[in-house]
Design a protein around this ligand. Structure first.
Ligand SMILES: *[C@@H]1O[C@H](CO)[C@@H](O)[C@H](O)[C@H]1NC(C)=O
Ligand SMILES: *[C@@H]1O[C@H](CO)[C@@H](O)[C@H](O)[C@H]1NC(C)=O
Ligand SMILES: *[C@@H]1O[C@H](CO)[C@@H](O)[C@H](O)[C@H]1NC(C)=O
Ligand SMILES: *[C@@H]1O[C@H](CO)[C@@H](O)[C@H](O)[C@H]1NC(C)=O
Length: 241
């Protein structure tokens, strides 16, 4: 009996003390919250369309050598690409990738990316991440640095893992992105710990509200912890007679 309570106590203690809690925020984001920082895991699809009447990326410059280069070296594109929840272009829009990418390598198809990932969905509406780095477009998966952000992502740091889902001869591509962004809990522009509830974001910037789920289980565990403490001490006193 005593062992049972001891195990029970230990489990509850560990549950209360575990420093990181993960939960879904939006359908395409999960968060892991610790004392120190919040890790946001974002999953979305990037649609880069060069062809057709309404391209989302246009060539704005190139060198005279670009046409002769097998890697399009020297070409610069301006993009305003939709970011969606699934690879289906008609799935929910979660933001836009706006910025410049250029062919930066003479020997392989590698892009230098300078993009703002501007999110528009749920509590991430208005927050952005800045992606900057080399994109070896022909390798999968590939990694690019996240160098900063705004709003929820103020002072963010992280990385993006990208994998091409489909690409055609016109250069149109659908690319899956998994972005991991860390934000120190003192830096975030808006409340980091709220669940998907836009109303609690507006006007609340202290970043200190816990999720009701987390604080319910904490409370229950603390309660059970106290109960088992009491029972254990009663048992110990009783067994010493
Ligand atoms: C995002 O915020 C802007 C400005 O507050 C608002 O106009 C827009 O409707 C919001 N978008 C979504 C998808 O909630
Ligand atoms: C993103 O992560 C999910 C699960 O964690 C995985 O199934 C998917 O393949 C990843 N996508 C990319 C582009 O890395
Ligand atoms: C941020 O971290 C500090 C120090 O670890 C902690 O006291 C505080 O409760 C944390 N705040 C949030 C919102 O998690
Ligand atoms: C749960 O968190 C909310 C918001 O911080 C707080 O107002 C409430 O008192 C907490 N409930 C419990 C049982 O700790």
């Amino acid at each position: 009996m005593a062992q049972l309570f001891l195990v029970f106590l230990l489990v509850c203690f560990m549950a209360v003390m575990s420093s990181t809690q993960s939960y879904a925020v939006e359908t395409w984001v999960t968060r892991a919250v610790s004392e120190k920082d919040t890790t946001h895991n974002l999953q979305f699809y990037f649609h880069d369309t060069l062809s057709g009447n309404n391209p989302s990326a246009v060539r704005v410059a190139q060198s005279t050598a670009t046409t002769k280069s097998p890697t399009f070296f020297g070409s610069i594109m301006m993009a305003d690409d939709p970011l969606t929840e699934t690879a289906d272009p008609t799935s929910k829009l979660v933001g836009r990738a706006q910025g410049i990418y250029g062919s930066a390598s003479q020997n392989d198809v590698s892009l230098i990316m300078a993009m703002s990932l501007a999110f528009t969905d749920g509590i991430y509406n208005g927050s952005s991440l800045s992606l900057f780095g080399k994109n070896p477009a022909m390798s999968s998966p590939r990694e690019m640095p996240i160098v900063g952000g705004t709003g929820i992502f103020r002072l963010a740091r992280g990385y993006a893992i990208a994998q091409t889902v489909s690409a055609n001869v016109n250069g149109d591509a659908i690319v899956g992105y998994n972005v991991t962004a860390l934000v120190d809990n003192k830096s975030s522009g808006v409340n980091q710990n709220v669940e998907d509830s836009p109303s609690s974001v507006t006007g609340n910037s202290n970043g200190n509200t816990k999720t009701s789920d987390a604080n319910f289980s904490d409370t229950v565990c603390l309660f059970l912890n106290h109960i088992s403490m009491v029972v254990l001490s009663v048992f110990m006193v009783w067994s010493s007679f």
